[in-house]
Every structure is written in structure tokens, then in C-alpha cells.
Ligand binder design. Structure first.
Ligand SMILES: Cc1cc2nc3c(=O)[nH]c(=O)nc-3n(C[C@H](O)[C@H](O)[C@H](O)COP(=O)(O)OP(=O)(O)OC[C@H]3O[C@@H](n4cnc5c(N)ncnc54)[C@H](O)[C@@H]3O)c2cc1C
Length: 394
């Protein structure tokens, strides 16, 4: 293979950041190509909870930060895409739920009522009357308050599958061991590229790519999680349990078992519950068994009427990769760094990716789009799998 390709933009990484940027750049007339070392759909993107945040979660500390306001427009931009009238056509993507719930129990309920009644929050959340409580909150034993939050939850397999389908003609699978950066050239096996701009959108892989270019900046941080998956006869739930801190104590998203063969193993119908929030952050130091035990305790404490018998459990260890922040806290916003012709991106959240792609396009503004029709003479990368399709259950 000996050929020279000269795309306007060469992207590394086929998660949400790389795929969205590729499609936006191509729609703007740029010849953009993407190299993926593993699978299209990403590492974090396919395994994320699919929540399209509008900033409310960031306001749970009791105030609306600047970042919370800035990301407030994200659900609207996503909705336009999902309806087929936005910057990308995502009308084929499955929305698991158009909204989520926030729930609180006991004495926390009254203090939250004041906060959610405030002018800033009123447009975001709707308090629900008891007779409108959906399962599993429609129980006499549930004494808390329930709020509906108009932020959708997406099926990440359907989202990443649709983006991968649209982007596939310009994506190539390659072995990073065969990668070489030589001045302005990128060599992959026998293939040589001279991109006008490079975008590292490889999530946790950005650190190694920067190192391969001889760079140590921008520095990356990892914030690890141990997520819990529960399979069995469970109702669909998309909800955050509010605790005493600014982070939800538990976040539950659901995935129908019947849709995915791996989740139906054992003939169980119902849903897979994917558990995040503080449980997954505090559970990083626990063994798998201890984390499953902690999840059982948390479910028994928050939803005591739930029958835990017959449920199967598993966990997933995964890192969130972001630009470094003082104290290792979550960045408030997207990050796009630029050093000459190199762009380095971390979206911080799946939901923020339209904002990241705006920044990428802004960083290409000084380039006239060449509109070239070049493709990569490499195999198309496979599709990433949902975590519960690949796991073993306890
Ligand atoms: C458990 C979990 C739950 C989350 N829930 C939510 C949520 O509900 N809502 C939300 O908005 N955000 C959520 N997030 C955050 C969100 O998932 C991430 O911010 C986002 O998916 C990051 O996308 P990315 O494209 O940067 O990275 P990734 O999805 O990790 O993709 C990076 C890609 O780069 C590839 N790669 C790595 N190295 C190389 C290389 N050398 N060359 C080429 N390719 C390479 C990888 O194989 C991968 O395909 C969650 C994150 C986690 C971990």
C-alpha cells in the first residue's frame, strides 16, 4: 500500500467526539477522514448512560452555575437532530425515554421543594402528583417527592450505530503499533497522510497519541467508575435518587432485555438496569463482589419494596477521560485545545458534543474546504458493543 492522502482533517478516535466532528466537518465541505484503533462507537460513548443533560444535574448543589446555563441549550439541539431537522440527521436513533425523574425521600424532600420551586428551576422540572407516579414509585411505601425532568435518554447502541453508519465511508481501522508521526506526515503501515489539520478525539487514548507526537500537554485526567448492571424482572426506570450531596446518590437507566440477545440469556425478560451516580464513584476501590453487595444494599434502602430475588448482577470498570482540572474535579465544559495544526478534544459529556463540534468547526475556519472525496484504503472498524452484551453475570 503506497499512497498519499491529503485530507483537510484527520481525526483519531471513533467515539461520539470523533464521529460527530467528522460528520459536521464533512457537511461543511471539508474532506475529513477518521482512524479508529478498536471499534466505532467508542469506549465511553457506547458505555455511557445516554442522558442528554441540560445542566439540571449540575445545578443540584443548589445554584445554577455558568456551565449549567451554557449547556442548557444541549437538549434542544439534540431534539432537533432526533427529529431530523438538526445539524445531523438522527431521526433513526431510538429514544429510550423523553424524560427522566428526580426522586428524594424522607426529610430531603421538603428542602428540595424550595429549590425546585425557584424561578431558575421551574422551567426544568415538574413536580408530580402521587397519582401520576410511574413504577416503581407508585407504591404506598414510597414517601418521597418525584419530579420530572425534560431531558431525554438515548439508546447509545442505536445512537453510535447510526453515527457509525453515516460516517463509515470515511473511517478506517488501523493498528496503533503501525502509527508514525513524521513532521507533518502521518504514516499508518504503507499509507501516508498529510492532513491540513489533525484532531485527537480518542478519549483516554489521547494521552498516548500526544506522547507519540512528543507532547505532554494538554494533560489528561481519568475519573474512574465501577458501574453496576442488574438484569431481571424490573420496570423501565430513568431516574436520579437525590442524596445529601450535589451528585445523585444513584442514577438508574434501563435497557429492555428483549432487544438485545446477550441480555436475554437465561430467558429473563424485563430490563437491564444500569446503575451510576455516587454508587459507581465510591465503588471504585471495591471488589466486584463488594460493589454488587453495595448495589443490593442501595436498592434495598432506596426502593425497599423492590424484590431483589432472582436478579443477576455484574459490574463494569471504566474511566472518564477529560482534560486535567485542579483537584481532579469534573470539567465544567468541553475542552478543545490547539497547538498549531493539532486539535485535542475531550467533550466531558456525550451531551456536550454539539458544542464541541462547533469549536472544531471554528478551529477550521481559516481553512478553505477542499471538499475532496478521498477515502481510507483500510477496513471499516467493527461496531462497539453494549457493556451488558459482553459481561458475565453473578
Ligand atoms: C459510565 C459512564 C456513563 C456516562 N454517562 C453519561 C451520560 O449519561 N450523559 C453524558 O452526557 N455523558 C456521559 N458520560 C460521559 C461520556 O460518555 C463521554 O464524555 C463521551 O462519551 C466521550 O466521548 P469520546 O468520543 O471523547 O470518547 P470515547 O467514547 O471513549 O471514544 C474514544 C475512541 O477513541 C478510540 N481510540 C483510542 N485510542 C486511539 C488511537 N490511538 N487511535 C485511534 N483511535 C483511538 C477508542 O477506541 C474509542 O473508540 C458517561 C461516561 C461514562 C464512562
Amino acid at each position: 500500500m503506497t499512497s498519499l492522502l491529503q485530507p483537510d482533517l484527520l481525526i483519531f478516535g471513533g467515539g461520539i467526539a470523533g464521529l460527530w466532528s467528522l460528520l459536521r466537518a464533512r457537511a461543511a465541505g471539508y474532506s475529513a477522514l477518521l482512524l479508529e484503533s478498536r471499534a466505532l462507537g467508542g469506549v465511553q460513548s457506547i458505555a455511557c448512560q445516554g442522558i442528554i443533560h441540560g445542566g439540571t444535574k449540575y445545578a443540584l448543589g443548589g445554584r445554577l452555575s455558568a456551565a449549567a446555563r451554557a449547556i442548557g441549550e444541549m437538549p434542544g439541539r439534540w431534539r432537533a437532530c432526533l427529529e431530523g431537522g438538526g445539524e445531523l440527521d438522527l431521526s433513526g436513533v431510538r429514544v429510550l425515554s423523553p424524560h427522566q425523574y428526580l426522586w428524594s425521600s424522607g426529610n430531603l424532600a421538603s428542602s428540595l421543594a424550595g429549590f425546585f420551586g425557584s424561578r431558575a428551576m421551574r422551567s426544568r422540572v415538574t413536580p408530580l402528583a402521587r397519582e401520576a407516579f410511574p413504577p416503581p414509585f407508585d407504591q404506598p411505601a414510597f414517601r418521597g417527592a418525584l419530579y420530572r425532568l425534560e431531558e431525554p435518554v438515548l439508546d447509545t447502541a442505536s445512537l453510535m450505530g447510526e453515527l457509525a453508519r453515516q460516517a463509515a465511508p470515511w473511517c478506517g481501522h488501523y493498528d496503533p503499533a503501525a502509527l508514525d508521526f513524521e513532521a507533518e506526515l502521518v504514516k499508518v503501515g504503507g499509507l501516508t497522510l498529510r492532513p491540513r489539520r489533525l484532531l485527537f478525539a480518542a478519549g483516554a487514548g489521547n494521552a498516548a497519541l500526544l506522547e507519540a507526537r512528543g507532547l505532554s500537554q494538554p494533560a489528561m485526567q481519568r475519573r474512574p467508575l465501577q458501574m453496576v448492571m442488574v438484569r431481571g424482572s424490573l420496570p423501565p426506570v430513568y431516574a436520579h435518587a437525590l442524596g445529601a450531596s450535589a451528585n445523585p446518590r444513584l442514577t438508574i437507566t434501563s435497557y429492555p432485555c428483549s432487544q438485545r440477545s446477550g441480555a436475554v440469556a437465561g430467558g429473563v425478560s424485563g430490563n437491564v438496569w444500569y446503575l451510576g451516580g455516587e454508587l459507581s464513584e465510591k465503588g471504585v476501590g471495591r471488589s466486584r463482589e463488594a460493589q454488587i453487595e453495595a448495589a443490593r444494599r442501595e436498592l434495598a434502602s432506596l426502593l425497599p419494596w423492590l424484590d431483589l430475588d432472582g436478579l443477576r448482577f455484574s459490574t463494569l470498570r471504566i474511566d472518564r477521560a477529560e482534560v486535567v482540572t485542579p483537584g481532579g474535579k469534573r470539567p465544567d465544559d468541553i475542552f478543545l485545545g490547539r497547538q498549531g495544526d493539532l486539535l485535542v478534544a475531550w467533550p466531558t459529556k456525550l451531551a456536550f458534543v454539539p458544542r464541541l463540534a462547533d469549536a472544531v468547526l471554528e478551529a477550521l475556519r481559516d481553512l478553505a474546504p477542499s471538499g475532496g472525496g478521498e477515502t481510507l484504503p483500510l477496513p471499516t472498524p467493527p461496531l462497539a458493543q453494549l457493556p451488558w452484551e459482553e459481561t458475565t453475570w453473578s
